[in-house]
Every structure is written in structure tokens, then in C-alpha cells.
Design a protein around this ligand. Structure first.
Ligand code: MEV
Length: 443
């Protein structure tokens, strides 16, 4: 379709929302319909809509994604109804089915291994490293003092700065050092806290080199390249697992004994440990569950994904994040992954549904939410592999997708009920559903 206007728009962000809507609508065939559609997704209460508008820039409307719930998720003996926000039809069903399966076999188990986060001030400095090391204690003290106004509140909550380290990376980039800082951010994800601290440390660093009598001429200058947290959090780590006697797996599939199922399941996971192509899909299945909970609770799922994928590559090859152990008669399936998230601050308290999710989960600490979120990753992973090594995933997947296909054909409630009954025992495909609806309408 030819563009109807020049799309270089200076000062777009300063326009009124109504004017932005009109500009966007000019790209559409039916401008009135476009504006009506976008407005139909606004919150009825304009004050509430304003909160959404202010989350981001140039907000036009809200984009709905289903908010569902997985019941019967038992972790360390406590049972949760876990909120999940996701558009993919089968994810909540898969998580719920795994939750139910493990409820009858002791539930999920989880533990937080550590909660340390880190950030770096990346700087270039040409000088005598020994001098810098000899004054590092003084520098640390100054940095702690200067950032005191930022850290005071966090310290009251039990967190703060844990340690400073000078990392010499001159062998990689000329004159390159890192000031590596570790943090404890308790129940907040802590990105703003960490970044504010790091920018303060960068100021102190510049001032320290410039004013300290030990440094001479060119040593007084430091080139701070950037100050930023690292989303790779291998020390903010959670583990979740399920285990049972292999005979408890006897009824998983009619054609397999418990041991055969366990071995086949283990082989499927081994394949994801050795083959990058499979590992990517395998881990995607884990993130189906993880991201859905992260979004429902207002957490930054991109940060969790980034850390998870880096962690999956820590041995030099991208691998499965989950693993299986079979010891005599015991089957154990576990997942270990980094997980930086929060239950206070950020979107968790501003987005009404994120707030709702947190309350639904019993106002968990960040540690508890780490365990819940990782567990939903394991639950989805378990269901996917269980289907893959038995009946395949398309059967269940397409069953869940049936409603989307029926909606595509604008099926009535009556047609949907008939189609659901008809496809109960049959394979679902777009073409087959199309044929069925056509026949129904022309019978
Ligand atoms: C689909 O969203 C996820 C799966 O492909 C994961 C897997 O293959 O393990 C089913």
C-alpha cells in the first residue's frame, strides 16, 4: 500500500495522543475504524489509562495478551495458583498438566543458590597499576561514602554493596580496566539502584585520579567508557527439580514401562545437552513458562532470557538448561538457571495486574518468586518432553490451537461446540477445520 504521508515526523513524542492516533490512522485503509479500534482497548477509567500511557513513550493503546493461571503447583510443600501471561495456546495447559502430574508424585522442590548481582564501570586508564592497587582501599572507602545517599534505603532493607574488584583487561583492549561491583538488592530487581550506584562510582573514580597526590600528569586522567549493570547474573541462581521412583512413571504412556519412559526422556534431554539446534528449542520451552510468570508479575523477561541463554553457553557451547539423572530406581529432572527478578518496585507495584499476581502468590519475597518462576519453566519443559517422547506435541498443540482456527473462520458458539466434539479424537489442521466448517455451513 502506498504511504499516504511523509513518515519523517519531528517532535512526534510531543504531540497530543489524539494527534498521534490520527497520524497512525493515516497509514490504514479505514482511518475511522483504526482510531476506534485503538481507542477500544483503552482503560475505561482515564486516570488508570494515564498510568499505562506513562509506562512508555508514544503510547497509543494497550495490547491485550491472555492472563491465565496454572493450578496445583506445589513447591516445597506449598501449593500455588500461578499467574501466566502468554499468547501461545498450549503453555498454560502444559504447565497445569505437569503441575497435576507432579502433585501426585511429591510436587516440585526448589532452592535459591545465591542472589548476588553485579555491574561494572568500564574505563581506560594509562598508568601504573601498582599505584592503583595500593590506593584501591582508599578508593573503595570514597566510593562507599559518595554513594551513601543512594545506598541508605537499600541497606535498611538488608541489601547494598557487597564488594569491589579491579579487573585488569589490558590484554584484551589497550588500557582497559573494569571496576566490578557486586550488589544485594533483596526483593527488588535492582537495575535502577545498581546503575545509579555505578554512575556515582564513575564520578568518584574520575575525581580520585584527578585529586590523589600519588598519581602524576597523564595518570590523573581516566576515560570512563560506561557504567552499567550486567544482566548476566550467574550468582543470582535458582534450582528447581522433581524426583520420583521410576515405577511411578509406569502409567505415563501405555507402550512404555516407567524405566523405558525415563530412559527415553533422559536421552531427549541429553540430545539438548549436545546439540545446539535442539538445545535452543528445548530452552525455548523452558522460557515459555518462565517468561509467562515474569510478565504476569511485572518482571523484565528480556533480562531473564539474556542471562539464561548466556548461562546455557557457559561451557563454550549452548546447551540445555535442564538435566536428568537416573540413579538405580530414582528419576530426577532438574533445572538450574540465573533469575534476577523483584517483587517490589518497578512495574510490580504500578501495573494493576502485576500487583494482582504478586498478591495472588501470597506476596512472595524475590527468592520465593525465583523458585516459582523457575518451576514453571521446569513444568513446561517436562510437559513438552513428555509429549515429544510419547505421542508427539502436535496433537495437544493443535487441540489447543483449534479455538484460534475456529475464530479465524468466525465460528459461532454452536459451531465451536460441534467442532470440539468432532476433533476430540482426530488430528487438527487448519485445512481440516476449514473443510469441516465449510461442510457444516453447506450441509
Ligand atoms: C513450543 O513453544 C515449545 C516446544 O517446542 C519445546 C520443546 O520442543 O521442548 C514444545
Amino acid at each position: 500500500m502506498p504511504r499516504k504521508r511523509d513518515l519523517i515526523i519531528k517532535g512526534f513524542s510531543k504531540l497530543l495522543k489524539e494527534d498521534k492516533l490520527k497520524i497512525v490512522a493515516e497509514l490504514m485503509d479505514n482511518q475511522i475504524e483504526s482510531i476506534e479500534l485503538l481507542k477500544s482497548f483503552w482503560y475505561a477509567d482515564s486516570e488508570k489509562q494515564k498510568v499505562f500511557d506513562e509506562f512508555s513513550e508514544n503510547t497509543l493503546t494497550n495490547y491485550y495478551v491472555p492472563y491465565g493461571v496454572a493450578p496445583n503447583v506445589q513447591i516445597n510443600g506449598q501449593t500455588y495458583l500461578v499467574p501466566m501471561v502468554i499468547e501461545e495456546s498450549s503453555v498454560v495447559a502444559a504447565a497445569s498438566s505437569a503441575a497435576k502430574f507432579w502433585l501426585d508424585r511429591g510436587g516440585f522442590h526448589a532452592e535459591v543458590i545465591d542472589t548476588v548481582k553485579e555491574g561494572q564501570v568500564h574505563f581506560l586508564w594509562e598508568g601504573n597499576k601498582e599505584k592503583l592497587l595500593s590506593t584501591f582501599g582508599e578508593l573503595k572507602k570514597r566510593m562507599l561514602e559518595d554513594a551513601g545517599y543512594i545506598t541508605a534505603n537499600m541497606e535498611k532493607r538488608g541489601g547494598g554493596i557487597l564488594d569491589f574488584e579491579l579487573v585488569d583487561l589490558k590484554h584484551k583492549i589497550r588500557n582497559y580496566y573494569q571496576l566490578k561491583v557486586t550488589f544485594e538488592t533483596v526483593d527488588s530487581m535492582g537495575a535502577n539502584f545498581i546503575n545509579s550506584c555505578l554512575e556515582e562510582f564513575a564520578k568518584t573514580l574520575k575525581d580520585f585520579f584527578a585529586s590523589h597526590p600519588l598519581f602524576e600528569k597523564k595518570e590523573k586522567e581516566v576515560n570512563v567508557v560506561m557504567s552499567i549493570l550486567s544482566n548476566y547474573t550467574p550468582q543470582c541462581l535458582v534450582k528447581t527439580w522433581v524426583e520420583c521412583d521410576i515405577k511411578e512413571l509406569d502409567n505415563v504412556d501405555k507402550s512404555l514401562t516407567g524405566m523405558e519412559f525415563a530412559k527415553k526422556f533422559q536421552t531427549a534431554v541429553r540430545i539438548a545437552e549436545v546439540d545446539t539446534f535442539r538445545a535452543t528449542t528445548h530452552n525455548k520451552g523452558i522460557f515459555n513458562g518462565v517468561d509467562a510468570v515474569a510478565i504476569a508479575t511485572g518482571n523484565d523477561f528480556r533480562a531473564i532470557e539474556a542471562a539464561g541463554h548466556t548461562y546455557a553457553s557457559q561451557k563454550g557451547q549452548y546447551q540445555s538448561l535442564s538435566h536428568v539423572e537416573i540413579n538405580k530406581n530414582k528419576f530426577k529432572f532438574y533445572l538450574e538457571m540465573p533469575m534476577a527478578l523483584g517483587t517490589v518496585g518497578g512495574l510490580t507495584s504500578l501495573h494493576p495486574l502485576a500487583k494482582h499476581s504478586i498478591e495472588m502468590l501470597g506476596n512472595p519475597s524475590a527468592k520465593e518468586l525465583m523458585m516459582i518462576t523457575a518451576t514453571m519453566g521446569l513444568a513446561n519443559n517436562f510437559s513438552a518432553i513428555k509429549s515429544l517422547v510419547t505421542k508427539g506435541i502436535q496433537m495437544g498443540h493443535m487441540k489447543m490451537h483449534l479455538m484460534n482456527i475456529l475464530n479465524h473462520f468466525k465460528a459461532t458458539e454452536e459451531e465451536k461446540a460441534l467442532a470440539a466434539a468432532y476433533f476430540k479424537e482426530k488430528k487438527v489442521s487448519f485445512a481440516m477445520v476449514g473443510d469441516y466448517i465449510h461442510k457444516l455451513r453447506h450441509a
